[in-house]
Design a protein around this ligand. Sequence first.
Ligand code: SAM
Length: 305
Amino acid sequence: MSEETSWLHFTEMQTPNTAVLHKVKRVVYRGRTRFQQVDLVETYDFGLCLILDGKLQSSVMDEWIYHEALVHPAMLTHPHPKRVVIIGGGEGATAREVLKHDAVEEVVMVDLDEEVVNLARRKLRVMHRGAFDNPKLKLLHQDGRKYLEEEEDTFDVAIIDITDPLSGGPSYLLYTKEFYDILAGKLSEDGVMVTQATSTCYSRECFTSIAKTIAATFPIARPYRAWIPSFSSEWGFVLGSKHHDPVKLSARTIAQRLRSRGVRNLKFYTPRLHRYLFSLPKFLEKALRTEGRVIRDGEPVFMPA
Ligand code: SAM
């Protein structure tokens, strides 16, 4: 946050050489938790925005693109998702989308930072829409990797909605082969996982490496992407699956699953869009073949800024 110009603004560095500047109308909250710097600001173009360690996490104007793109492809790839785990997901909007599927019996959300979640509970109702009060949701505050190491039960779907892998940040060890091995052990025999996988433009090495690491862990690995206006970038996601392949799902099956699970009020995701999300341009297909590497605890990848 800075007042160096004549007006208050927030500048997000995409790389050390490229920045996106948002003019700020109002600062709602500024603080530092045990884990990260937290800013909640109202911007002119994107409304209320949650920023962690200088990185925009979500804006009210378009959080639904990110959250629907993250949640529904994985949820619909699994034919009967009953138990779901969300790692991260501070704003509660990922839980909101998961809970739209009536078939779900239990959602465990594990976010490291209780202060961020409490702030979201109080100030971001427009995002979580009461998801934190849903009796199907169990909310825990601990490191997501440690939780999965110690958890005995398995899950049908795992949604990894954590901050970008920043050097010194709390999440970079949740993008490694060692982490995905732990996660695979906690998924049911036909389990599905998905993770946000950073920018396909500004951090392509992260995106391609996350895809390679998931491909080294799961029999099926499918990278996909969606344009997020407030991130000023196309955003990457990677779905890993033990049995079901998201690209083999027909629009008809998706429509039927959405109906039978009572999923309503979507603003972004449609059965027709599903295929498109997984259809990558030629240069990105090539990058996924030729770039990136398997990420290890001892050799992590970091966002460039
Ligand atoms: N949309 C986001 C983005 O673009 O990066 C992710 C949003 S969500 C707010 C990220 C959450 O991940 C935060 O609430 C943070 O506390 C949580 N988180 C970070 N590291 C974590 C860890 N090791 N275990 C569990 N939660 C973690």
